[in-house]
Ligand binder design. Structure first.
Ligand SMILES: O=C(O)CCC(=O)C(=O)O
Ligand SMILES: [Fe+2]
Length: 317
């Protein structure tokens, strides 16, 4: 497979400016719709997250991951924590095909988080980023509400609980000569909407019509992608695209923010994409937590055959 093309770019500026005589909101909404139908990914610019904050968070994250292993291992999940996933530092196990390490955080308001003592200012930058990504998630969710033709405020009601969102500061190890240079295996995201910021190293790639399209680093921009929940709700009209990270000669740093949904939610294709337009549902319904657990099992007990890994196709009709 070759690499070609580029991700669609969407300028979100019209959502942050007063007055819309020129119809910028409608054009940007249409651009999001088109990108989500064709690629499942787009590059957002003028998204409301300050570029200097993104740069600072990435720099401080690089300083954290450069610490000795004993230091990095200190932020461990609190004993008996009820967080949906273990908060704090983790490294992929040696047997894993994925060669990366990460620090996982939840909404700072909930109190699951454990932070490293160093570098100074890292916690503040992480928390500021988290708050800004939450705002952006709410905005993009509103845009999807519009471009999916759903009743006004549908997502605000259906997905108003932010307790399952989380963010990972990631570091990928440099490519080596001996192994395959997998940083993160090809996968689809299981959540609603994902936001990624990255340093200048590169390596994130998106599968589009059988070709890997690089999501190249462009300073100040944010990569946005649709996850399996939106894919199912839209009966497959908005794509949860397969993507991966290929390792490069240098360490790569990124942040991925997962705008998620409560685990108890029932997920199934919405009437706007089925009964109302005379189309058959392509997925059966499921409780979101059940799918999360199946995805987790893929990681903790990877099936020996790749075809046995659970994807959203598990629920395909
Ligand atoms: O680090 C990246 O660029 C992407 C991370 C990602 O795809 C994920 O964590 O699901
Ligand atoms: Fe992903």
């Amino acid at each position: 497979m070759s690499t070609s093309g580029a991700l669609p770019v969407v300028d979100l500026a019209p959502f942050f400016t007063q007055g819309d005589e020129a119809g910028g909101v409608a054009r940007a909404t249409e651009a999001v719709r088109e990108a989500c139908r064709t690629h499942g990914f787009f590059r957002a610019v003028n998204h409301g997250v300050p570029p200097e904050l993104m740069a600072r968070a990435l720099e401080l994250s690089a300083a954290f991951f450069a610490l000795p292993d004993e230091e990095k291992a200190k932020p461990r999940p609190a004993e008996g924590s009820e967080a949906p996933l273990p908060a704090g530092y983790a490294r992929q196990p040696a047997h894993s095909a994925d060669k990366n390490e990460y620090l996982l955080v939840f909404d700072p308001k909930i109190g699951f988080n454990v932070y490293p003592a160093e570098p100074a200012g890292f916690r503040e930058a992480v928390e500021e980023c988290y708050a800004k990504f939450t705002e952006l998630g709410l905005l993009v969710q509103e845009i999807l509400n519009e471009c999916m033709g759903l009743p006004q405020g549908f997502f605000r009601d259906f997905n108003g609980d932010r307790g399952f969102d989380f963010m990972a500061a990631l570091r990928y190890f440099p490519a080596t000569e001996e192994e395959n240079n997998n940083g993160l295996s090809a996968h689809e995201d299981g959540n609603c909407i994902t936001f990624v910021i990255q340093d200048g190293v590169g390596g994130l790639e998106v599968l589009k019509d059988g070709e890997w399209v690089p999501a190249e680093p462009v300073e100040g921009s944010i990569i946005v992608n649709i996850g399996d929940v939106i894919h199912v709700l839209s009966n497959g009209k908005l794509k949860s695209a397969t993507h991966r990270v290929v390792r490069k000669p240098a360490h790569r740093h990124s942040f991925a923010f997962f705008f998620n949904i409560h685990g108890d939610k029932w997920i199934e294709p919405l009437p706007e994409f089925t009964a109302k337009i005379g189309e058959a549902p392509r997925y059966r319904g499921f409780v979101f937590n059940e799918y999360q657990q199946l995805r987790m099992r893929n990681k903790t007990h990877p099936p020996s055959r790749p075809e046995d890994v659970v994807h959203i196709t598990h629920y395909a009709i």
